[in-house]
Design a protein around this ligand. Structure first.
Ligand code: HEC
Ligand code: HEC
Length: 500
């Protein structure tokens, strides 16, 4: 009974927290008449821009743009675009899911003045270069077991931030400091909390959220844990990092390690990393997906490599889905009884054409299972409408077949081929494709059904994985990733399953 209450409480708390932390960001399209070239670039404007920069940006990007907690701005290279217009967009809208804040409250003229100053910083050139050897640094990284807490290119632990792109985000100075003195600058998402229960037992973890009655953390094993405050004798938020200090590394090891971290950037060549291009491509898509979310990019990837956040969206977790290491990488496993994830986004809202792909493994269980559901919501009442897209399966003995369902208004169609049977407990790629006229579904690139349907785009909504959105027909099996593309892809462009 108590567990049920606790789980319910956790669920409500997370939902409330998610809304608090991520109030729906109003889409801020750039004004149609936004000039290509900075209209406020006189010397007087630049001087105001310099002062604004020093007050608002310098503590992250360094007073001369040398970088720090924020990206290097004096190299003349901007990953998010270096034209006046692109810089305007970055500075006004921020970069979603990073620490780069938006400046919604600044008038356009002030933003232009900052753009002018940032352009001037960019022309200075000469960012600091590392003197270390990245290959030797990779060995230092291995030897010190950094991988138990950090992920690079999809491999590693979840306690600390993903470091795949760290070299592009942070300056050398910050990387060096992060290793020898991790407590100096702790990203907000990684604050440590230590609780003590009535028996005097202490547990530490990353602080996820808390309310008047309960507190939630992620411990070092990556497990989400919830406590009723009435059961605790102390809750402490030490300004301390979960990451150990590596103060005793030799100067050479440290420089090599920093060189290795600095070389981790999106699109970096010659990473020497094992693994498939597909998944590396996919995680690049994932980053792009979340960065461009404000403008709705053409393609978004959701990796199921963690529970608390999928595709850049905080989740609501039901039951106890688990992150597993499968032969094709991390995935989330559902027990077929009460495990599910809810994500507050409908990644295909507004799409006139689409390709919805997923890589999953059905493990048997009940005959009818709804394992991936995208639902439209009525913007006024907030209730789910009937408009939905679904991946379902039917289990038949030791085999399964696919059922894909699409509905919008009066148009609805289920594609189900009872004779296309596949063995259970293997990894599959499935796709649902709509080209504006015809709706088709595929298993491992082979078309299993198709029908004409007049499908109008969905409005915004939400998604559930592991169950139907009304919490019926739970799924037994695992999901590795999903990719949503706003056009009809031919099977030759589908993701591959990437077997070991
Ligand atoms: C709290 C720290 C923080 C503050 C304050 C901040 N930034 Fe950033 N900024 C970042 C981080 C971190 C990134 C890198 C994000 C990423 O791509 O992962 C970034 C990225 C950028 C980029 C994109 C760089 C590129 O390579 O394309 C620009 C431009 C930028 N910031 C300008 C500014 C300006 C101008 C201000 C002040 C108005 C500002 N930032 C304030 C942390 C900050
Ligand atoms: C016990 C888990 C743990 C281990 C082991 C660990 N880290 Fe960390 N690391 C963290 C956490 C948690 C953070 C975020 C809080 C902070 O910045 O202190 C972090 C932050 C960082 C950052 C800053 C990231 C950013 O976005 O600014 C870097 C760089 C880093 N770690 C590198 C390393 C390296 C290199 C090693 C091995 C020598 C290592 N870590 C070992 C947990 C760990």
């Amino acid at each position: 009974m108590r567990t049920v209450a606790l789980v319910a409480c956790w669920w409500i708390a997370v939902a409330a927290w998610a809304t608090l932390q991520n109030p729906p960001r109003p889409p801020r399209p750039l004004p149609a008449n936004l000039p290509e070239v900075n209209p406020y670039a006189s010397d007087a404007d630049l001087e105001i821009g310099r002062r604004l920069y020093q007050g608002r940006c310098g503590h992250c990007h360094g007073q001369t743009g040398e970088g720090g907690r924020g990206a290097v701005l004096n190299a003349g290279r901007f990953r998010h675009g270096g034209t006046d217009r692109e810089l305007f967009a970055t500075i006004r809208n921020g970069i979603p899911n990073t620490e780069m804040p938006a400046a919604f409250n600044l008038p356009d003229i002030e933003i232009w003045r900052i753009v002018g100053h940032v352009q001037r910083l960019g022309r200075q050139g000469s960012p600091e270069q590392s003197t270390g050897d990245p290959a030797a640094g990779a060995a230092v990284y291995q030897k010190n077991a950094c991988v138990t807490c950090h992920t690079i290119d999809g491999a590693g632990g979840l306690t600390g931030p993903d470091l795949s792109d760290i070299g592009a985000k942070r300056a050398l100075r910050h990387l060096r400091e992060s290793v020898v003195d991790p407590g100096a600058d702790i990203p907000l998402d990684y604050r440590l909390v230590t609780i003590t229960d009535r028996r005097g037992k202490s547990i530490s973890g990353i602080h996820l959220n808390e309310d008047e009655y309960s507190i939630h953390l992620r411990d070092v094993d990556g497990t989400l844990r919830s406590f009723m405050k009435s059961d605790l004798t102390a809750v402490a938020l030490p300004r301390q990092s979960l990451m150990p200090r590596y103060a005793s590394l030799s100067a050479a090891d440290l420089e090599n390690l920093v060189a290795y971290l600095a070389s981790r950037r999106q699109g970096a060549k010659d990473r020497g990393v094992e693994g498939s291009t597909d998944l590396r491509e996919a995680s690049k898509d994932r980053r792009q997906g979340s960065q461009e979310r404000g403008e709705r990019s053409d393609q978004v990837v959701w990796m199921f490599d963690r529970l608390e956040n999928i595709g850049g969206h905080p989740t609501t977790v039901l039951g106890n889905p688990r992150v597993i290491d499968s032969p094709i990488g991390k995935a989330v496993e559902f027990d077929g009884i009460d495990d599910a994830l809810f994500v507050d986004d409908h990644p295909l809202a507004g799409a006139e054409q689409f390709t919805w792909e997923a890589i999953f493994r059905p493990d048997g269980g009940e005959r009818e299972q709804r394992w991936f559901h995208l639902s439209e919501r009525d913007p006024v009442s907030g209730q789910d409408t009937d408009n939905r897209m679904l991946f379902e399966i039917r289990v038949a003995g030791d085999q399964w077949f696919l059922d894909s369902y699409n509905q919008s208004g009066t148009a609805g169609k289920a594609l189900m081929n009872r004779t296309a049977l596949h063995p259970l407990r293997e990894w599959y790629h499935v796709a649902s494709v709509y080209d504006g006229r015809e709706f088709s579904n595929y298993v491992n690139g082979t078309r299993e059904g198709s029908a004409e349907i007049a499908f109008t785009p969905h409005r915004q909504g939400h998604a559930s994985i592991g169950v139907r959105i009304n919490k019926m027909f739970y799924f037994k099996g695992a999901v590795r990733l999903a990719r949503f593309t706003r056009r009809a892809l031919p099977p030759s462009e589908f993701l591959r399953r990437t077997m070991p």
